[in-house]
Design a protein around this ligand. Structure first.
Ligand code: SAH
Length: 368
């Protein structure tokens, strides 16, 4: 049963060139044979790309130079070109702006912490979900990214972290699909990239599924499909308010799947995977931060396997909305805690480089 997602309508404008990372391990063997090389080369290539983080044929010393060149030129087209990097937080946060083969721009943000390194990646260029507080939503959807393009953002981050450019060489430990785009609206490519990320080396980067967070506006059919995949990634649901009336405006897909349906799907996800899900809630002053909303949310989430992640709104240029008052934020937290609901307030890494939530690439495309 492979129900198509009704919202899976992103136009395949200019499809990215086919890349090794678009393929399953079986397809990689077939692709290598198709260009007249022996199947075992696929494992060698996987080892170079996913385990050693090299896409440079000059470094593939277990393959003769002529064959390495041929494999690289057919299976490893350059998907991302770095346009610009901006750093902040004393070099612990960096935002990379990437240009795709067709000129489309996307961003990724790498955040280094004492105990981990987290990469925030994009799954689409733009987004079709139209949430009014999100900068990406304002520009609309340009196109889906391919699995190769999503995976390449991870590949590049692993190289940066290993190079020592961001302090002592380290591994990438966490990935969040919280950059541009709605991952459930590009389901197949996102799933393929998740397999690339989580499969043990050399078939993938070997990052644990629990360390990968997929954030969604609440596409119920997508959550249901994800349950079937049996990959226990962490699910995050961008709820932003517990009542349908306001959510119809804040997260317009709510007119299709109501709060109750979204939470039921998330509960089912938690039940089948054993994984606690997180509720994303951007606190917007006098819009969704009232005590009664905290109370309603607390009652809805009480005794559920859920955690609330409050995000101080990062105002987008020209928006009339702003972050909640400190005292309202505190009261919101206290109210949720009174119901025993675990709650955290997200840090605001990357604000000054417009790398914070919902601002990715917006300012750049405004300039071009
Ligand atoms: N489309 C997915 C993932 C991308 S956005 C989703 O909506 O979940 C990642 C998170 O950032 C979402 O929770 C989104 O609602 C939030 N976000 C977007 N714009 C924001 C802003 N201006 N301030 C705070 N959070 C924002």
């Amino acid at each position: 049963m492979d129900k198509p997602l009704i919202i899976d309508v992103a136009p395949a404008k200019k499809k990215a060139p086919k890349h090794f990372a678009d393929l399953t391990p079986e397809e990689r063997i077939a692709a290598v044979k198709e260009i007249g090389e022996q199947g075992f080369r696929a494992k060698q290539l996987a080892n170079h790309y996913f385990a050693r983080h090299s896409d440079d044929p000059a470094e593939w010393t277990d393959i003769s130079p002529a064959i390495a060149e041929k494999l690289a030129s057919t299976l490893f087209p350059q998907l991302l070109t770095l346009v610009r990097t901006i750093e902040c937080d004393g070099g612990a946060t960096r935002k990379d702006l990437w240009k795709m083969h067709d000129g489309v721009l996307v961003e990724s943000v790498l955040m280094r912490y004492p105990d981990r390194a987290t990469l925030c990646i994009s799954s689409q260029a733009g987004c079709g979900m139209n949430c009014p507080f999100c900068a990406t939503g304002q520009a609309g959807l340009t196109r889906n990214l391919s699995a190769g393009e999503i995976t390449a953002q991870v590949f590049e981050a692993t190289k940066v972290l290993e190079s020592g450019e961001m302090g002592e060489s380290t591994r990438l430990s966490n990935i969040v699909f919280m950059g541009m785009g709605e991952p459930m609206a590009n389901y197949n490519a996102v799933m393929r990239s998740i397999r690339n990320i989580t499969s043990p080396a050399p078939d993938g980067f070997g990052i644990g599924a629990r360390s990968v967070t997929l954030s969604t506006v609440g596409v119920v059919t997508g959550i249901e499909k994800l349950i079937e995949e049996k990959i226990p990634v962490t699910l995050a649901v961008s709820l932003h308010t517990p009542d349908d009336e306001l959510r119809d405006t804040l997260v317009p897909i709510n007119t299709r799947w109501k709060v109750r349906q979204v939470l039921a799907a998330a509960d089912e996800y938690a039940r089948t995977t054993g994984r606690r899900y997180s509720i994303e809630y951007a606190l917007i002053r006098d819009v969704n931060d009232q005590a009664w909303r905290a109370d309603l949310l607390g009652r809805m989430l009480k005794n559920k396997n859920a955690h609330v992640n409050l995000i101080p709104l990062n105002p987008t240029p020209g928006s009339k909305w702003t972050a909640s008052r400190r005292e309202d934020e505190k009261a919101f937290v206290a109210k949720l805690e009174s119901y025993g609901v675990p709650v955290t307030v997200r840090d605001t890494r990357g604000r000054e480089i417009e790398g914070a939530c919902g601002q990715l690439a917006a300012s750049e495309s405004g300039k071009s």
